[in-house]
Every structure is written in C-alpha cells, then in structure tokens.
Design a protein around this ligand. Structure first.
Ligand SMILES: Nc1ncnc2c1ncn2[C@@H]1O[C@H](COP(=O)(O)OP(=O)(O)OP(=O)(O)O)[C@@H](O)[C@H]1O
Ligand SMILES: [Mg+2]
Length: 245
C-alpha cells in the first residue's frame, strides 16, 4: 500500500452512506481502474473494504465491445444506443453498466459459495467490496506467489470449483489469469469480473471459457502441474449445454 492517495469522488458517496470512513492507501493504481484499501465504517462489522474505481477511458469502455457485449445491448434504450454509437454519454453509460455487471455477477457468485469477494455497494463508477488481505496488507496476485506442486494442485481445485459454480450460474469470467486471482492464506479468490459473459446469450462464451482455463493451465505448468485445458473446457461446456452437474 503506497501513501500517495488522490481521493476519488465515490469516496464521499460511500462515506455518506456509512460504509467507509477513510481511504487508507492505494492497493493498485492502474490505467483503467484503481483499487484502494479503505477503513470500514464500524457499523459494517468489518475492518477494511476494497474500493475499485473505474476510469472513464474510451478504450476500456468499448474494448472488445462486440465480443463482450454480444447479446447484452439493445437499441431500445438510451444507454444501449449510446454505447453502440460510442458517444460521450456512451462512455459513462458503458462504465456504469460495467460496474453494475461486475457487482451483480460477484453477488450472485458469492451467494452460491464461489470464492470471490463479497460485494457491499456500487456507484456509477465504483465498486465497494470485501478486502482480500489482512492487517499486514492486501493479498498478493497468484502469479507472484511461490507455490510448490502440491499447493498449486490444491489451488487449482479451488479455481476449478469457482469456474464450475460460475458456469452453473451462467457465467464465464472471460479474463481469467493468475493476475485476477488473489491468494490469501491458501485460499484462491477470483476477482475482476466486469467482462464476464453469459453462455446463454454470448456466442463467444465457449471460446472464452477455453481461454480462461488455458491461462490457468499455463500458470499451473510453471508450478509443475499439468492439466488438459482443451479437454476440460470441452467437458465443462458439454455439461453446461446439457445442464448436467
Ligand atoms: N477485493 C480486493 N481486495 C484486495 N485487493 C484487491 C481487491 N480487488 C482488487 N484488488 C487489487 O487490485 C488489483 C486490480 O484489481 P482488478 O483486477 O479488479 O482491476 P483491473 O481492472 O485489472 O485493473 P487494471 O485493468 O487497471 O489492471 C488486483 O490485482 C489486486 O491486487
Ligand atoms: Mg485485473
């Protein structure tokens, strides 16, 4: 956690709602989103929350629009048209849809027992959620953690369980990698779901599921564990198609 903190406007919003009391530091300041460690309001019963604030970047808003938005946009409402037309209003509409999508997905997955952060609230550009970490700081990304073969295999079981639960609920992460998994006390927590797709309506879902599993397979290989991503993705997809779990 670094010390230079420029406070985003959503901080006031969540402070007013008695969810947080202060920003303690920046966990990650990215080009597209920044994540802050916040002090939770005492009434919440938590110590910390993580606040993810999206930047209104054109590239993020419309990145791979055709792939991720397939089946989700309609010309029948203003926001849908603005996003499809890539207008100024569309950028903000896209961010808001992005945030709301991530919030809804995380809430659904968490309720079903998948290993993802518990979400607390959202605004037009930010998401407030469970802080994955402890008093010593935020949990590291899986890619930076030194795991032996056995630990990596145990971790993979957790990741596969989360992928399976998500798929059962009609959700493919679509940007999964050892960057978007945090590792806290032997627990793997999947994060970063705004681009998640619904296999019921997105024709690219099967390819994205395969890409997700391949990305993890690549990481597993570096830790001495081999899985057959293609066969596994095909099996999972078949189960999804047949609704047999
Ligand atoms: N709930 C959380 N608890 C602790 N740390 C978190 C949490 N959510 C995110 N982070 C940290 O912030 C980083 C970025 O979060 P996330 O992956 O959701 O955003 P991103 O869209 O990838 O951002 P960018 O595109 O700018 O890289 C994570 O890799 C992790 O280190
Ligand atoms: Mg990420």
């Amino acid at each position: 956690v670094s010390n230079e903190v420029s406070v985003p406007s959503s901080v006031a919003y969540f402070c007013q709602r008695n969810l947080i009391t202060a920003v303690l530091g920046t966990i990650k300041s990215g080009k597209e989103a920044s994540v802050y460690q916040c002090a939770a309001h005492p009434s919440t019963g938590e110590t910390y929350f993580a606040l993810k604030v999206y930047r209104p970047l054109r590239e993020r808003a419309f990145r791979n629009a055709s792939m991720y938005w397939a089946g989700r946009l309609s010309r029948e409402n203003r926001a849908g048209r603005a996003i499809l037309d890539k207008s100024e209003f569309g950028i903000h509409a896209a961010i808001a849809a992005w945030v709301k999508g991530e919030f809804s997905t995380l809430r659904k997955l968490h309720a079903a027992g998948a290993s993802v952060p518990r979400v607390i609230a959202y605004s037009s550009d930010s998401l407030l959620m469970e802080f994955i970490g402890d008093a010593a700081g935020p949990a590291p990304q899986l890619r930076t953690v030194d795991l032996d073969r056995e630990q990596a295999a145990a971790c993979w079981e957790q990741i596969l369980a989360a992928i399976t639960t998500a798929l059962q609920l009609g959700c493919v992460h679509a940007d999964l990698s050892a960057y978007n998994i945090l590792y806290q006390g032997e627990r793997a927590v999947l994060i970063d779901f705004p681009q998640a797709v619904d296999p019921g309506s997105n024709e690219n879902a099967e390819a994205l599921l395969h890409r997700d599993i391949s990305a993890i397979a690549q990481w597993l290989r570096t830790r001495g564990v081999t899985i057959d991503a293609t066969t596994l993705a095909a099996e999972l997809w078949l189960r999804w198609r047949r609704c047999r779990w």
